[in-house]
Design a protein around this ligand. Structure first.
Ligand code: NDP
Length: 300
């Protein structure tokens, strides 16, 4: 079998289009412009790139973007004071603190200082609890993007066997929770899992969120299974020339695509969906804050 390629780039464009339509409606009918505040502490180059591209896409869908860049040695109380100010600002509907934070800042404390209703990353402990109990919450962007692609490809996911490899708070655990909420039978695998290949072979849906380049080979994949590759790993690519690199996922694409029914590529799969879902979460937060109908198909 040769797998259907799930085109995350194209799908993300449709999500952004839906967001833009809803934003236009909010402006026209209610005079409200959704606003997203992004806070960056320090000058980590990868984080700077993410923040820049988040700001650009926020503006492209018609929302207001507020960027707050703080020095790497910003004291915790200064960051917390900024978050309190953004929490109280009615023009700000979503707040994102770019992770990782410098070592002297307590990430849990900072994230939990964000108003849960504005927590568009879905990392606040209240949102984790709401998701875990199947209640309306802000859902972490990467797993939300994976869920949207799975629903789009399969329709209903009920009864499917899903294996999530990775148990991080930002990807693995919320992904497993979302799949459970959609009535999958879910296994969460991690570094201590015994017989991982056998566990994965039982899956109709495999979500790999490990952070190890091309770790999952095709002979772990059941014929026709759907493979969602969350991993983003930069590896050396001497075939492209000296010092060149390329991006690969956590699954070995060629061998998995040969047996899977559907697969997301890297790049161009889960990655573009993450920012699209951040925009979707911001418009959802704005609607909830104003007691207005939420856009359809943009939440879990
Ligand atoms: P973490 O490092 O936080 O978690 C990795 C998980 O993988 C851990 O639970 C770990 O298990 C598990 N793991 C590590 N080695 C193995 C192994 N040999 N066998 C089985 N499980 C293993 O990573 P994240 O969840 O933050 O990210 C995962 C990947 O997704 C990374 O490549 C990251 O770059 C990418 N990513 C992509 C995003 C996107 O937008 N596309 C967004 C976020 C992340 P244990 O808990 O036992 O240590």
């Amino acid at each position: 079998m040769s797998a259907t390629v799930i085109d995350g780039k194209a799908f993300a464009a449709t999500v952004r289009e839906k967001v833009a339509i809803h934003v236009a409606r909010l402006k026209e009918e209610h005079g409200i412009t959704p606003g997203l505040a992004v806070v960056l502490v320090g000058e980590d180059p990868a984080s700077q790139v993410y923040v820049r591209s988040k700001g650009k896409m926020t503006v492209e869908v018609g929302m207001n973007s507020y960027e707050h860049k703080l020095d790497i040695d910003t004291p915790e109380d200064v960051l917390l004071a900024l978050i309190a100010k953004l929490n109280a600002d009615p023009a700000v509907h979503g707040i994102l603190v770019q992770l990782p934070l410098p070592k002297h800042l307590d990430e849990d404390l900072v994230i939990n200082a964000i108003d849960p209703a504005k927590d568009v990353d879905g990392f606040h402990i209240s949102n984790v609890g709401l998701l875990g109990t199947g209640q309306k919450s802000m859902v972490p962007c990467t797993p939300l993007g994976c869920l949207m692609m799975l629903r789009d490809h399969h329709g209903a996911l009920s009864g499917m066997n899903a294996v999530v490899i990775g148990r991080s708070n930002i990807v693995g655990k919320p992904m497993a929770q979302l799949l459970l909420n959609d009535s999958c039978t879910v296994t969460i695998a991690h570094s201590r899992t015994k017989d991982l290949p056998d566990v994965v072979r039982g899956a109709d849906i495999v979500v790999a969120a490990v952070g190890r380049p091309e770790m999952v080979p095709g002979d772990w994949i059941k014929d026709g299974a759907t493979v969602i590759d969350v991993g983003i790993n930069r590896i050396d690519a001497p075939e492209k020339g000296e010092g060149k690199t390329r991006l690969v996922g956590d699954v070995h694409y060629e061998s998995c695509a040969a047996v899977a029914g559907a697969i997301t590529p890297v790049p161009g799969g889960v990655g573009p969906m993450t920012i699209a879902c951040l925009l979707a979460n911001t418009v959802t937060a704005c609607c909830r804050a104003n007691n207005l109908a939420e856009p359809e198909g943009l939440t879990a």
